[in-house]
Write a new protein. Structure first.
Ligand SMILES: Nc1ncnc2c1ncn2[C@@H]1O[C@H](COP(=O)(O)OP(=O)(O)O)[C@@H](O)[C@H]1O
Ligand SMILES: Cc1ncc(COP(=O)(O)O)c(N)n1
Length: 275
């Protein structure tokens, strides 16, 4: 029998969401759905459901570093995604681990959950700005995170350019500014400061959007691990997350998850228009 070749290996460094819609759980489901081998470094455990985050316990930096070394030194990774990092100490530790690693890094600078619960200590913002964003291949802030990190407030589509310039000034190679929280189409801007790619999808009338940002960032990392270019990986990820949002379902009595398995259930991806 011919030995099967291994799928691309992708690592998520993020928090656990006990409800299974966001965080590590969303990341691993997305990575599997996109044909890659997902691996995880857990930074924090949250007690979370459709109503919100009921408790969060960051792990010691030694536990985060040990997980990372165990995976990277033996199995190896072809792309990394970071999500909830909880504290300044963990942001510093993760940035230090990523700096010498020669693979694409997608940084989702998670600050606050959909329910408004803090997932990052306020005193960690400087470490995100000056340690983590400089090691990012792609940074994927939502509009609240743009404001937290740069002071820029976006109220309409034209503000996405100003937001991207402010994020790029902090050092990532590419900025993907997610306009998901603006009214109208779900329009995101991807730019490296030279080229611009506008990704437009229809706004889906579905309140079950828990985990959108984690899903998008993990899908980008999966594409990069499979050697796609950044614009190709982001376009494919936008189609995947649009399909997942359109299939999002009610669970519990609050905000339900996007459906990471929509393809398994016969659902299609979205078809974002690129500009
Ligand atoms: N209702 C919606 N319909 C279609 N796309 C959406 C909707 N809400 C968010 N998106 C898209 O989902 C992705 C994640 O964005 P967003 O929800 O802003 O991230 P976050 O989870 O970090 O707040 C973006 O591509 C955004 O445009
Ligand atoms: C562990 C963890 N990581 C990230 C999010 C953000 O996801 P959302 O913005 O959809 O609440 C979350 N709620 N929990």
């Amino acid at each position: 029998m011919t030995p099967r070749s291994a799928p691309p290996r992708v690592l998520t460094v993020a928090g656990s969401d006990s409800g299974g819609g966001a965080g590590i759980q969303a990341d691993l489901k997305t990575m599997l759905a996109l044909g890659t081998h997902g691996m995880s470094v857990i930074t924090a455990v949250t007690a979370q459901n459709s109503l919100g985050v009921h408790g969060a316990w960051p792990l010691p930096a030694t536990a985060v570093i040990a997980q990372f070394r165990a995976v990277v030194d033996d199995i190896g990774v072809q792309a990394v995604k970071t999500g909830m990092l909880a504290s300044a100490e963990l942001v510093e530790a993760v940035a230090g681990l990523l700096r010498p690693l020669d693979v694409p890094v997608v940084v989702d600078p998670v600050g606050v959950s959909k329910h408004g619960d803090a997932l990052l200590a306020h005193d960690a913002l400087d470490a995100v700005r000056h340690r983590l964003l400089p090691v990012a291949t792609v940074a994927t802030p939502n509009l609240d995170e743009v404001t937290q990190l740069t002071g820029v407030t976006v109220t309409d589509e034209s503000g996405l350019r100003t937001a991207a310039a402010a994020i790029l000034a902090l050092g990532p190679q590419w900025a993907l500014i997610k306009g998901g929280h603006l009214p109208g189409d779900a329009l995101d801007l991807l730019t490296d400061g030279i080229t611009e790619h506008w990704l437009r999808a229809p706004r889906l009338d579905n309140s079950h959007t828990h985990g959108t940002g984690c899903t998008l960032a993990s899908a980008i990392a999966a594409g990069l691990a499979a050697d796609r270019t950044v614009p190709d990986a982001v376009a494919a990820a936008k189609d995947y997350v649009t399909g997942a949002i359109s299939a999002g379902f009610a669970l519990g009595s609050g905000i339900g998850p996007v459906d990471h398995g929509h393809r398994l259930r016969g659902g299609g991806d979205g078809a974002a228009v690129l500009g």
